[in-house]
Design a protein around this ligand. Structure first.
Ligand SMILES: [Zn+2]
Length: 399
């Protein structure tokens, strides 16, 4: 072969597709460190979406730092990878969004051995891994932190099902807290586990490919270790630094917001967000935000924009949320402890559910605004129940 010509081997390397993200884990367990079986257990999930490897990197850093430290944890930390096949290719998912499959129906089918989408096997494995971790530990001693990133810019924030234990956990993180997403999204992991009584939180660290997102996800894990009482004293400085980092990222965003609107995308919509929007940007009612096959997509309500979509895969174009005053948050904790929800049955258009405890049927006509707010305040979440009614069910509060 003439000098200077590339050998076939070099050519093959040059032409092969780029290697997957270096953090793409090949095993479900990123790390597992249980130093005291009877202590709290923090389970962190990363990469439920395959284009969000920041959480995997973050967990690897934390496990490395823990390995280097002498002192034991007061319980256990477990890091699990989500969609392994999608992480290896850097796509959000291959056939189905793994973070929309945690519904009773899909879980039952997959537990019964049904395999259609490639994500069915991922769901089955992750579900089994979680079941192993949860076995034998009382629900309220387990904490779940689900690490994500977004396609658009913005500060880190946390998403929770607004039950009091989730709230207490969430308030340890100096980031904006987003309420009400569980009424818009069906089948997410955190809301499924929250419904099973596990204290749960999803954390959004920033834009997918921003290196700072890894730092923020790592910060979230240190804060969670501290908030659950797991962190040994000589590592507390890590949590302090983590809180400083997230406080800086938060800037002037409100501490609490509630989702008012979800822009759902249907297949063939050709949805395109206008460039330059970030989470928590202020938007006015009627402001053009995106376009689709029907023309301009405008904000139907004013408020704070959340999670504008700047990637090809995903069903949610954007959300609009409104700030909630901290006063209401505190009032609702008091009212829930007093079980003030007993008054709900006296509202017009509200009847106790015929077969379920702590549930009410509410006529759609009145289930908006004030009534919905009242149910939220008293610790209930709304579920869809056909054309004429909603069902509101009480969140597991562990009161
Ligand atoms: Zn995600």
């Amino acid at each position: 072969m003439p000098a200077g010509m590339p050998s076939p081997a070099t050519l093959a390397v040059a032409l092969s597709p780029p290697p997957p993200h270096p953090a793409a884990p090949s095993t479900r367990i990123i790390g597992r460190r249980v130093d005291r079986a009877e202590g709290a257990r923090l389970i962190c999930i990363a990469g439920l979406h395959g284009n969000e490897p920041a959480g995997v990197d973050a967990l690897e850093r934390v496990f490395a730092a823990l390995a280097a430290a002498e002192a034991p944890l007061a319980g256990g930390l477990v890091g699990l990878a989500g969609n392994l096949a999608a992480l290896a290719t850097g796509r959000r998912y291959l056939d189905r969004d793994l973070n929309r499959m945690w519904s009773e129906r899909t879980l039952a089918a997959v537990r019964a051995g049904e395999r259609g989408a490639r994500e069915d096997a991922e769901l089955a494995e992750l579900d089994a891994a979680l079941a192993r971790e949860l076995a034998g530990i009382p629900g309220r001693r387990v904490f779940l932190l689900d690490l994500h990133t977004t396609s658009g810019d913005g500060p880190a924030f946390a998403v929770l099902d607004d039950a009091l234990p989730n709230r207490r956990f969430a308030l340890s993180f100096p980031v904006p807290l987003v309420l009400g997403l569980e009424e818009e999204l069906v089948g997410t992991l955190v809301f499924d586990l929250a419904a099973r009584g596990v204290t749960s939180l999803a954390f959004e660290g920033g834009r997918h490919d921003d290196p700072t997102s890894i730092d923020r996800c790592e910060a979230a894990v240190w804060i969670a270790l501290d908030a659950t009482g797991l962190l040994p004293r000589d590592l507390r400085a890590r949590a302090e630094a983590a809180r400083r980092l997230l406080r800086t990222s938060r800037g002037e965003t409100p501490q609490l917001v509630e989702v008012l609107y979800r822009h759902r995308i249907a297949e063939g919509d050709r949805f395109r967000m206008r460039p330059g929007f970030a989470s928590f940007d202020r938007v006015e009612r009627g402001q053009p935000l995106a376009s689709d096959r029907d023309g301009v997509v405008a904000a139907p309500v004013g408020g704070r924009l959340l999670m504008p979509l700047y990637q090809p895969l995903g069903d949610d174009g954007f959300f609009v949320a409104r700030p909630v005053a901290r006063f209401w948050f505190e009032l609702s904790a008091t009212l829930r402890r007093l079980r003030a929800d007993r008054v709900l049955r006296w509202l017009p258009g509200v009847v106790p559910h015929p077969s379920a405890a702590d549930a009410y049927l509410v006529h759609r006509r009145i289930a908006r605004f004030v009534v919905r707010d009242l149910f939220h305040l008293l610790g209930y979440r709304r579920l869809d129940a056909g054309p004429s009614h909603f069902v509101f069910t009480r969140r597991p509060e562990g009161l």
